[in-house]
Ligand binder design. Structure first.
Ligand SMILES: *[C@@H]1O[C@H](CO)[C@@H](O)[C@H](O)[C@H]1NC(C)=O
Ligand SMILES: *[C@@H]1O[C@H](CO)[C@@H](O)[C@H](O)[C@H]1NC(C)=O
Ligand SMILES: *[C@@H]1O[C@H](CO)[C@@H](O)[C@H](O)[C@H]1NC(C)=O
Ligand SMILES: *[C@@H]1O[C@H](CO)[C@@H](O)[C@H](O)[C@H]1NC(C)=O
Ligand SMILES: *[C@@H]1O[C@H](CO)[C@@H](O)[C@H](O)[C@H]1NC(C)=O
Ligand SMILES: *[C@@H]1O[C@H](CO)[C@@H](O)[C@H](O)[C@H]1NC(C)=O
Ligand SMILES: *[C@@H]1O[C@H](CO)[C@@H](O)[C@H](O)[C@H]1NC(C)=O
Ligand SMILES: *[C@@H]1O[C@H](CO)[C@@H](O)[C@H](O)[C@H]1NC(C)=O
Length: 689
């Protein structure tokens, strides 16, 4: 899941609540913790086996554990005996702004600041990052000085030699394609590259009879489908496939990304059953977050999915707005390969835009209970940026100033800039920075203002008024920090071509800064953060899909090791195995140090600590969980760099990758056409790192 803490303009908490939660530390000093050298109860296979004696202890992560063995199994030091002190829960998201990094740990999650923890409904916390092993440390990044550091990259206006690539961006790009394969939803899939992902969403017919089985799930930890990030994924990839067509083409990745765009576009199309009704979400987060099995079996445990819609009575203009942007952008991207489908999507985008502009209200102000699934996980800072975004993409797809799209884009852009400001991060709910860059390209008559605004946004990164890690990753906030870092990098790699003659020195600076961010993620600073690429990448991540797969889920249906202990995992769930099944698999996912059972190629880690280390463990999803839309800026940036460089950017294939086909349970799902072993056998060269 992703809780975008930054997008609301003001903290929504009543002052009294903020005040009262301020001085309530949940636990005693963590120094009381014993530091056993060997974790009690940990079996050689990484599983924990604890008895069911209820003798509660409070961990340094602010969670109560049924007994000390269970706590130790999750690698959490002891804070005090007994249950953790009670602490009032606050169910409201809010924004703490760009505050100085002052991490705290609450409920096993790290937050950048105390305000951040409270705003995310975790008012009980201890000072410092969460500590997951007995010695309280985390694995430091090994490695070098990252070739001069981010400051010199940001000051360097000289473009690098085009034959000077230090990484095979094309190979990384190839791997990222598997991430979308891992997140795919659908009962009718026609290709299958990963042996561990098959068909799913068998109970996904919506309230209007529409087939909502397609699209992509939301994040590594959830099988929800959420409208704005879903559509933003398509808009982003379509933008990249159009702007960096050369990079995708020369690395052989164009058909993959167009396939991803199309699968997403089909779902967005299906989720618009009538001119004033559009799907907001599929699934109930309460149930969903308690599910630890594979998507292929979800319907057995959660038989009834929740479908939530915006309509004329309960609008949310962001949803048809982002949908219109996505289908218009997809129309541009798919025009070359399928002109009639592109033209169909353009028409659908126009209808969504009409819905969005006719009912101008935010889903944040929609009162239906079900809309909370969307609004609490992906809050909104208002809808005018989505309207500007939709109008701009429709203008781009229409090739014409005859329509009102360009004038609408200018109008809503002005409103968005004045109402929402620049922000400090480009992401699914915050499009103003993207609008500067997109409109600078599309509306050259007004380029000066867009360029000036883009420069202001980028300068926050170049001058490091936005915090950075020790080794130079942009770090405006810690929860999923790689999203803003890659968001800025992608926009810079898109924008430098627009200003290359008008502002040549700045163009070079943003290119070099952006490459620094991407190279950091590929391993330039000591560790790759991309699964399967280079070395040192984290092997346990908050990605349920590659851990508990339908072809290999050892704990399926197993009874609990430890009974009905107190803790957040006692949330009841529906289905034949009920809470016992939840507890066992939850405990295993959070506590075990087993690597993912299947390597999730291309999975971009979500965040590092400010000292560039990574947490020991999978449990703290603020670091370990990537979202589907959160990966898209990285994909686009890789395509841009693969296109820029002439060396090392070779086309890749699946030969040499372990996609699970040697697993004894692997079977190709019926009607599907891809078999990677066959591709390899045909004599294709092995991919290079
Ligand atoms: C259960 O485990 C706890 C913690 O390891 C231990 O203190 C206790 O003696 C055990 N109880 C039984 C009945 O084995
Ligand atoms: C899946 O296949 C069925 C039957 O072939 C078809 O009716 C349905 O529209 C398809 N769904 C999607 C999402 O393509
Ligand atoms: C989501 O599920 C929870 C737990 O099953 C339930 O209490 C809640 O009412 C559901 N939400 C909606 C909007 O149906
Ligand atoms: C919700 O409605 C209030 C009152 O009209 C308005 O001030 C606020 O900006 C709205 N919220 C959003 C996100 O549009
Ligand atoms: C825009 O131009 C392209 C290329 O000429 C054409 O294929 C496409 O249909 C046009 N789009 C619209 C919406 O007219
Ligand atoms: C698949 O294989 C694993 C290990 O080889 C085995 O434990 C498991 O029971 C098998 N079946 C399923 C459906 O996971
Ligand atoms: C990249 O290219 C350079 C020079 O063309 C070469 O020396 C280097 O080995 C290549 N690196 C990779 C990873 O292919
Ligand atoms: C894939 O193709 C190879 C080579 O043609 C074949 O040996 C293998 O059985 C196929 N795998 C599956 C799962 O069908």
């Amino acid at each position: 899941m992703w809780s975008a803490v930054l997008v609301l303009a003001v903290c929504g908490l009543p002052a009294s609540l903020q005040q009262s939660s301020l001085g309530v530390p949940s636990v005693g000093p963590a120094a009381a913790a014993p530091s056993p050298a060997v974790l009690p109860g940990t079996l050689p296979d990484g599983f924990c086996k604890c008895n069911q004696t209820y003798n509660p202890v409070c961990g340094a992560d602010g969670q109560t554990y049924g007994n000390a063995c269970i706590m130790a199994c999750e690698n959490v030091p002891l804070a005090s005996a007994g249950v953790c002190p009670a602490c009032n829960r606050i169910a409201s998201a809010c924004d703490c702004g760009n505050q100085a990094y002052n991490p705290v740990c609450g409920d096993g999650l790290t937050f950048s600041t105390p305000c951040d923890a409270r705003c995310n409904s975790h008012p009980c916390f201890t000072q410092g990052v969460c500590q997951y092993n007995p010695s309280g440390g985390s694995t430091p990044a090994s490695g070098n000085s990252c070739s001069g550091g981010v400051t010199s990259a940001a000051q360097n206006s000289a473009f690098p030699s085009q034959s000077g690539a230090r990484f095979n961006y094309g190979q990384a790009l190839h791997l990222t394609g598997f991430f979308f394969d891992s997140m795919i939803s659908g009962t009718n899939l026609t290709t299958q590259r990963l042996a561990w992902r098959g068909r799913s969403c068998f109970n996904c017919r919506g309230a209007y009879g529409e087939d909502l089985s397609g699209g992509y799930y939301e994040s590594g930890g959830s099988m929800l489908k959420i409208a704005v990030p879903q559509a933003f994924t398509v808009t982003q990839l379509a933008w990249g496939a159009t702007s960096f067509n050369g990079g995708f083409t020369k690395t052989g990745e164009l058909s993959t990304v167009l396939g991803t765009i199309r699968h997403g576009a089909e779902y967005i199309d299906a989720s618009f059953p009538s001119p004033t009704v559009m799907l907001a979400s599929v699934g109930n987060d309460t149930d969903d977050f308690s599910y630890y099995g594979p998507p292929e079996e979800y319907h057995q445990y959660i038989p009834n999915r929740l479908f939530c819609y915006v309509n004329a009575q309960n609008p949310g203009a962001e949803i048809p707005g982002e949908g219109a942007a996505a289908l218009a952008a997809a129309s541009v991207a798919l025009r070359g390969s399928d002109p009639s489908y592109a033209s169909y999507l353009y028409g659908r985008a126009q209808s969504m835009y009409t819905f969005a502009t006719s009912y101008q209200a935010s889903y944040a102000n929609n009162t239906q209970p079900c809309i909370k699934v969307h609004s609490s996980l992906y809050p909104s800072n208002g809808f005018v940026d989505e309207l500007a975004w939709a109008a701009a993409w429709l203008y781009s797809a229409s090739n014409s100033t005859a329509s009102n799209y360009l004038s609408d884009a200018r109008k809503y852009y002005a409103q968005a800039v004045s109402q929402q400001g620049n922000g400090y991060s480009y992401e699914n709910g915050v499009k103003v920075p993207g609008l500067h860059v997109l409109l600078a390209k599309l509306d050259s008559a007004n380029a000066a203002q867009y360029n000036a605004n883009a420069k202001t946004f980028f300068n926050q990164y170049l001058t490091q008024s936005i915090p950075h890690t020790t080794k130079g990753l942009a770090y405006p906030y810690h929860w999923g920090a790689i999203r803003p870092a890659t968001g800025a990098a992608f926009l810079m790699l898109e924008h430098y071509t627009t200003i290359r003659t008008s502002d040549a020195a700045f163009a070079g600076q943003i290119f070099n800064y952006a490459e620094y961010q991407i190279d950091y993620l590929l391993g330039a600073c000591g560790r790759s953060l991309v699964s399967g690429f280079g070395s040192g990448y984290p092997t346990y991540v908050w990605h349920k899909y590659s851990y508990n797969a339908y072809i290999d889920w050892p704990l399926r249906g197993q009874s609990s090791f430890y009974g009905n202990v107190r803790g957040p995992w006692t949330t009841p769930t529906t289905g034949p195995d009920g809470p016992i099944y939840v507890q066992t698999s939850k405990f295993d996912l959070e506590g075990s140090r087993l690597p993912q059972r299947f390597l999730p190629y291309g999975y971009l880690y979500a965040s590092v600590l400010q000292d560039d280390s990574i947490p020991v463990g999978r449990k703290d999803y603020t670091y370990t969980e990537q979202t589907t839309d959160g990966q898209t800026s990285f994909v686009n940036a890789l395509a841009a760099l693969a296109g820029y460089y002439s060396n090392n950017q070779t086309a890749s294939n699946d030969c040499g990758l372990d996609l699970g086909w040697t697993h004894p349970n692997a079977t190709i799902i019926q009607g599907v056409s891809v078999n990677n072993t066959a591709i390899c056998a045909a004599g294709a060269p092995a991919p290079s790192g």
